[in-house]
Design a protein around this ligand. Structure first.
Ligand code: GLY
Length: 389
C-alpha cells in the first residue's frame, strides 16, 4: 500500500484525539451506551439496541492503541452487560448479534484471550444460528419466526454478522455455523446484488424460499441503492472471502466497491442514497463512508500488489479518510462524537445529520488499520493465511 496512505501524521493525531474523546465520554456516561447524536451530544442509553457493540469496540480499539488500563477495565465491564443481556435474551430478536457480540465478547477474546469472553461469543453465535430458517433457507433479519412482514426477509447488513458464525466454526470445530453463513452469503450475492453492481437493501422470500421481490427499509426507494447498504456489502463480502476463499465473494466485494467509489462526491463524503436527487440540503452519510473505507482496506488485503484496481481503491480510501479526519478534529468539549454528518434513517425522518456510533467505530477502525495494522474484531489475527473454511 502507498506510504502516504499508511503512515500519515493526520491519522496519528486523529487517533490520539479519539482516545482522549473516548476517555472523556466514559468518565461522563459511566455504564451507558451512545447511540446517535442530538446536535453535538450523543443520546446515551442502556444495552438494548443493535448498536451497543460499537461503543465497546471503540473502547477496545482505544485500549489497543494506548495500552491504558482504564480503557481495558471499562471494556471488560461493558462485556458483563452483554453477558447479562444474552442471559436475559433481552431485545435480541434480530440478526445484529455479530455487531453486538463480535465487537464486545469476541473482541475481548482477541485482545485478552479470556476464555469467558470466548464462551460468550460462542453462545451469541448459537443465538444467531437460531435465526436460520431451514424451510426458506435464510437468516431472518428482524422479528419473530411467524412475523408476517419480516418472516422471509433478508437484509444486506446481515453480511457483517456472518463473521461471528464463521469464527464460531473455527473456535468450536462445528461446521454448522459456517455452513449457514456461506448459504446466507450466497443468497445475498444472488438476490441483493444487482447486475449493474448496485444493491437492494432487503429482499423478500416466501416460506418455501421462493424469491419474491427486492425492497428497502432505509433507502430512498425499493429499487434505489442505499449507500450504507452498499458499504455493508463491500465489507461483508470481503470478510466472507477471507473466511471461505470463495472467489465469487471477492469478486462481489470488488464490484460493489467500484460502484461505490465511482459515486463519491469530490469532497469525499457520500450522500445517504446513490439515487436520491442531490440538492444543497441532501443529507450525507459519513458512517457509510467510514464503513466503505474499512471494507476497501479489507478488500485490498486480498488483491495482489499489481492489481489494476489497487490504485483507484487506495485513492478512494485516502479521499474518504482525509475528509472524515477533517470533520473529526473539532476539539471542543461539547462534541461527543468523532465524525459528523452521519444519517440513520432519512426516509423515516430519524437521525438525519449527526454522529452515529457505528460511524465513529468504523472511522477509528480504518485509522487503526492504516496506522497500526489493527483490523478490528471480525477475525482472529494470529493466522497470516486466509481461513478458507
Ligand atoms: N444495520 C442497521 C443500519 O445500518 O442502520
Amino acid at each position: 500500500m502507498k506510504k502516504t496512505l499508511v503512515k500519515n501524521v493526520k491519522w496519528q493525531e486523529a487517533i490520539k484525539y479519539a482516545v482522549l474523546k473516548t476517555k472523556h465520554n466514559l468518565s461522563l456516561h459511566n455504564q451507558k451506551f451512545p447511540h446517535i447524536s442530538n446536535d453535538k451530544c450523543y443520546e446515551w442509553g442502556d444495552n438494548e439496541d443493535w448498536i451497543e457493540g460499537f461503543w465497546t469496540g471503540i473502547v477496545w480499539l482505544c485500549y489497543e492503541y494506548s495500552g491504558d488500563e482504564y480503557l481495558r477495565l471499562q471494556a471488560n465491564t461493558q462485556i458483563d452487560s452483554f453477558h447479562r443481556r444474552l442471559q436475559a435474551k433481552h431485545a435480541l430478536e434480530h440478526h445484529d448479534i455479530g455487531f453486538l457480540y463480535g465487537l464486545s465478547a469476541l473482541a475481548g477474546w482477541i485482545v485478552e484471550e479470556d476464555e469467558r469472553h470466548k464462551l460468550l461469543a460462542i453462545r451469541a453465535a448459537d443465538h444467531l444460528l437460531g435465526r436460520w430458517r431451514e424451510e426458506s433457507g435464510l437468516i431472518q433479519a428482524w422479528g419473530p419466526e411467524d412475523d408476517p412482514e419480516n418472516g422471509g426477509r433478508i437484509i444486506i447488513d446481515c453480511l457483517m454478522n456472518l463473521p461471528l458464525l464463521y469464527w464460531a466454526s473455527i473456535a468450536t470445530g462445528n461446521s454448522r455455523y459456517a455452513e449457514v453463513a456461506v448459504r446466507q452469503a450466497e443468497l445475498s450475492r444472488k438476490f441483493l446484488v444487482r447486475g449493474d453492481d448496485s444493491s437492494y437493501h432487503t429482499f423478500y422470500f416466501d416460506q418455501s424460499g421462493n424469491s419474491l421481490r427486492g425492497g428497502t427499509h432505509q433507502g430512498y426507494s425499493d429499487g434505489s441503492t442505499w449507500t450504507r447498504g452498499q458499504a455493508w456489502g463491500i465489507y461483508g463480502f470481503a470478510l466472507s472471502y477471507r473466511y471461505t476463499g470463495n472467489i465469487r465473494f471477492l469478486e462481489t466485494s470488488k464490484r460493489l466497491a467500484v460502484y461505490f467509489i465511482e459515486r463519491i462526491p469530490a469532497d469525499g463524503i457520500v450522500y445517504w442514497d446513490f439515487n436520491v436527487p442531490v440538492t444543497g440540503s441532501t443529507n450525507r452519510d459519513s458512517s457509510a463512508s467510514a464503513i466503505a473505507a474499512c471494507g476497501i482496506l479489507e478488500l485490498l488485503e486480498h488483491l495482489e500488489p499489481a492489481h489494476p484496481l489497487r490504485q483507484r481503491l487506495e485513492d478512494a480510501v485516502m479521499l474518504t479518510m482525509t475528509a472524515l479526519a477533517k470533520s473529526s478534529m473539532d476539539m471542543s468539549q461539547e462534541n461527543e462524537g468523532l465524525i459528523d454528518h452521519g444519517s440513520y434513517h432519512v426516509r423515516g425522518n430519524y437521525g438525519l445529520d449527526g454522529y452515529m456510533i457505528w460511524g465513529d467505530y468504523y472511522y477509528l477502525e480504518a485509522l487503526l488499520r492504516l496506522e497500526k495494522q489493527i483490523p478490528g474484531y471480525w477475525y482472529e489475527r494470529d493466522k497470516s493465511e486466509p481461513y478458507h473454511i
